[in-house]
Design a protein around this ligand. Sequence first.
Ligand code: SME
Length: 149
Amino acid sequence: MLTTSPIVRALRAAHLHDASPAELLQLACERLRGLGAPFTSVYAYMLHDGELVLEAFSGRETEHTRIAVGQGVCGTAVATGEDQNVPDVAAIGNYLACNLETKSELVVLIRRGQTTLGQLDIDSDVPAGFTQPHHRAVKEVADALAVLL
Ligand code: SME
């Protein structure tokens, strides 16, 4: 079974030991990627003045270190206030490509009440890689970050 409880526990422990927000985001990215397929690369973007800024990642590097709200899958999540689960990135018009290997993408917002703080963006080399349980699991991590950051 897919469980992110150990990741949430690790984040809480790091927070108790005065980990910085950047360290917590890095830990979240590394531990989620450590779950293996379909988690190929994990990116943490935080919202600053209407722009998503890449603050941590694990996996492949990306040229998209700043994304405007409304742009791409990431910016769409913020603009609509909805998490995005894209089974086939080639099938959508406003996709910002990082590489040719990525087939599907999951974006889960980090929200504190009504306020969007940022998001976890996960690329997968697996077509239609993300199921409801994956979404729920990543949301558990995003919700923990919303409290700890
Ligand atoms: N594919 C994203 C851009 C970010 S990279 O995947 C890391 C998008 O369309 O917004």
